[in-house]
Design a protein around this ligand. Structure first.
Ligand code: TXA
Ligand code: MG
Length: 479
């Protein structure tokens, strides 16, 4: 599309007067007027934040390079991280991507509008190359939010929209979060109230009759399995280096016994530390038939902290595959993980070329140091958290605890943020990002977060938590 006549920003100096339309306070015709005005700004190549069912997005005309550049500028986003293109009606996808197979059609029919993003081969010239960051694919989604779709329809073009936060900050679930991060850097915000799901969409690639999950989100693995025999999960989904997978495998497939990996736990902790410090990613062989419940289990250290130092491909077969192969465990290839003790450097190691470029960045991170505390015994986890927070207070830290309703009563910290009940993880997804922002608002310097089960949307919650914690995980043994 022709960019002539569009406003040009002096990027270094630009300080925009960010307009905010609060739809809740408006009549239907005022709302329509607000959406039309916001759509005009988008059509002129400016950036407008808007609500979706997951998180607020920062929109710009996906066909205009100059418009899309405003997104990267406003967010401070690395230019190698491609953007999701949002559409209002399914028919619009045809202009964006090459012809697709029947599984893709079924996914769209079942989950659109909704929190599923499909990565598909891009039709040449359909969107600015800045949107795809030079990839041959484009990520497309149709949000399940009336305001979002009305805005996109009124703008009359596909809208590129990442989450409307400054890069590295928690994604915004309210217009106030967007303002906190982007006031003066974007042209406007349509305030449609708090978002519903709370974590971002599930991003998948379709390869023949297989659905490959690049980022877990509002559409769960089980929901995808209802539609597709073969659902696999990208190793980058589990930045904890295997922590999420065994639980996932047990819960999703139900068939496999857990065994402890001993063969790939490095005996030489110093060499692991070296490899972390040098960011040298080693490539151990994928193990078959063994499920690493926790790589820490074979160590003499009572409490270990895990960091990713290596990655390999994990492919999780669906339960239908399992039955067709008579319960043979050879369908499962494992991600290998290793551990370091608590004194090791807490460097977040970049994953090896994740398929979804965004998965390699430490996102959602609060300013304070954050650790996840995990263990089979809830009592042992609570006791560890209480003792460690007491230590932190003695060191002069301001402390925060991220916990669940079942355990919140026993904790004392400067901020105790509760994510609802462990049996209602939808609430945890809704509350997670605002809780992380609360820690920052209160100037918290040290945070401990309880782990949660990875079933259903819990996988997305844990994926975001592990990234927020920069992959720092404390494994607490039962006794
Ligand atoms: O729920 C959501 O998806 C929100 C709302 C606003 O729609 N958007 C969102 O966008 O989370 P963003 O930019 O924060 O995350 C997009 C993710 C990134 O991890 C990015 O690397 C990945 O999608 N992605 C985008 N295009 C891709 C492509 N062609 N191939 C692989 N991954 C892609
Ligand atoms: Mg984002």
């Amino acid at each position: 599309m022709n960019d002539m006549g569009r406003p040009q920003y002096d990027q270094a100096a630009s300080q925009l007067n960010t307009r905010c339309w609060s739809l809740a306070e408006q009549t239907a015709s005022e709302q329509e007027q607000a959406i039309q005005t916001a759509a005009q700004l988008l059509a002129q190549g400016q950036t407008v934040a808007f609500p979706t069912e997951t998180v607020y997005g920062l929109g710009a005309d996906a066909t205009s390079t100059r418009a899309v550049e405003q997104i990267f500028y406003a967010k401070g986003r690395p230019s190698d991280n491609p953007l999701i293109v949002h559409i209002a009606d399914q028919a619009e996808v045809e202009q964006l991507v090459e012809p697709y197979n029947e599984l893709v059609s079924r996914l769209m029919e079942r989950f659109w509008p909704g929190p599923l993003t499909l990565v598909l081969p891009v039709r040449q010239g359909a969107v600015s190359p800045k949107v795809t960051a030079g990839l041959t694919t484009v990520a497309v989604r149709m949000p399940d939010h009336e305001v979002a779709r009305r805005l996109i329809r009124a703008a009359g073009r596909p809208i590129a929209a990442p989450s409307a936060n400054r890069s590295g900050r928690p994604s915004p679930t309210t217009a106030a979060h967007v303002l906190e991060d982007l006031d003066g850097r974007i042209a406007g915000i349509v305030d449609g109230g708090p978002t519903g799901v709370g974590v971002e969409s599930t991003v998948v690639e379709v390869d023949g009759d297989r659905v490959h999950v690049l980022r877990p989100g509002g559409i769960t693995i089980a929901m995808l399995q209802e539609l597709c025999l073969q659902v696999t999960i990208d190793p980058a989904v589990d930045p904890a280096g295997g922590m999420l997978h065994p639980v996932l495998i047990e819960q999703e497939l139900g068939t496999y016994k857990s065994t402890t990996v001993t063969s790939n736990v490095a005996s030489d902790v110093d060499s692991i530390k070296d490899s972390i410090e040098n960011s040298a990613v080693t490539a151990p062989k994928a193990l078959k038939r063994d499920i690493p419940v926790t790589a820490a289990a074979s160590s003499a250290e009572p409490i270990l902290e895990q960091s990713v130092i290596s990655e390999d491909v994990l492919s999780v077969a669906s339960d239908r595959d399992v039955s067709s192969s008579s319960g043979d465990e050879s369908d499962i290839e494992l991600l290998a993980s290793e551990c370091v003790n608590t004194n090791a450097a807490h460097t977040a190691v970049p994953l090896e070329a994740p398929r979804s470029p965004g998965m390699k960045y430490t996102h959602y991170a609060p300013t304070g140091v954050m650790r996840i505390v995990q263990g089979d015994s809830a009592d042992a986890v609570s006791a560890y958290i209480q003792a460690d927070i007491a230590d932190a207070k003695r060191r002069g830290e301001t402390t925060g605890i991220l916990t669940f309703r079942e355990h919140a009563g026993q904790y004392r910290a400067d901020v105790v943020a509760e994510l609802g009940s462990l049996s209602e993880l939808n609430q945890a997804a809704q509350l997670l990002y605002s809780a992380l922002r609360r820690f920052d608002d209160a100037g918290i310097t040290y945070i401990l977060a309880e782990a949660c089960p990875t079933e259903g949307i819990g996988l997305a919650v844990m994926n975001r938590l592990v990234k927020a914690a920069g992959h720092r995980i404390v494994q607490v043994p039962s006794s």
